[in-house]
Design a protein around this ligand. Structure first.
Ligand SMILES: [Zn+2]
Length: 266
């Protein structure tokens, strides 16, 4: 609990290095779309990168904030980008403070698939694009704000072991460099009490209801005292996770909390 979790486990790093080595030894004959695995016609990506105005005519609105500079995507996935207009939500916290949340896009189409691949298939190469979407949403929502600290919503030890990496931790790190802020792992998920491993369903539900106690501040939260903090997560659905994290941070004495996510479910 004392030490912040690593962003990637060693086994995950080694697997990634192995994959890169394989790509060098046995290069794929044709690029495939990262999201749908369709073959990308030779020269398509190069043409998009070289000739943005023409590509914009082909892909229409999808080219606004499009990821083709960083990701191998086919035309149909590019056209499936939801409008990146930015979504703003307000979530009441238990302290009476309304948590302002900004999302870069709706959680649908290509954004939804990209987040799933990133999180569940370990496609960490998608992180910079997701961070740039989130950075755009922050700048549009608070153009003049100076944000000193970002805090990623923590992952559980169990999920870190299973996935091999902490997607939101990587996202916060990349987003911090866009915004000139620092990223601090100031929260952790309290491990389940071993004495309660045989909990009944009712007790489990009670525990879920008191989610505010699930997120606990780490010693690193001390240096955020008196300062505004931006929470970072990938997707907001009901807002209960963000609310619980904001409450935990406000109890440690941060001056104000807002949140940014890549996508909003709504
Ligand atoms: Zn595709």
């Amino acid at each position: 609990m004392r030490n912040p979790q690593p962003l990637m486990t060693w086994t995950f790093r080694l697997r990634a290095i192995g994959r890169q080595a394989l790509d060098i030894v046995f290069p794929e004959p044709a690029a495939r779309c990262m999201l749908c695995q369709r073959r990308i016609p030779p020269g398509f990506l190069e043409a998009l990168r070289r000739d943005a105005p023409r590509a914009r005519r082909h892909a229409g609105r999808a080219m606004k904030g499009h990821p083709c500079n960083v990701l191998p995507l086919c035309l149909s996935c590019l056209q499936d980008t939801p409008p990146l207009a930015g979504i703003r939500r307000r979530i009441p916290t238990s302290s009476g403070h309304a948590l302002q949340v900004v999302a870069a896009a709706a959680n649908e189409g290509m954004v939804r698939r990209a987040i799933r691949q990133w999180k569940y298939d370990g496609a960490v190469e998608i992180t910079p694009w997701l961070a740039s979407l989130a950075a755009g949403a922050v700048r549009a929502a608070w153009p003049r704000a100076r944000i000193p600290w970002l805090v990623p919503v923590p992952t559980s030890v169990h999920k870190l072991r299973r996935r091999g990496f902490h997607p939101v931790g990587l996202l916060a790190r990349d987003l911090a460099s866009h915004l000139g802020a620092g990223s601090v792992a100031a929260l952790a998920i309290r491990p389940a009490d071993p004495a309660q491993s045989q909990v009944t369903r009712a007790a489990e539900q009670r525990r879920a209801a008191s989610a505010r106690d699930l997120y606990v501040p780490l010693p690193a939260a001390d240096r955020l005292r008196g300062q505004p903090v931006l929470l970072v997560d990938d997707v907001v659905t009901t807002g209960s996770t963000l609310r619980a994290c904001a409450d935990a941070l406000l109890r440690t004495g941060v001056s104000m909390v807002a949140a940014v996510v890549v996508a909003s479910e709504q």
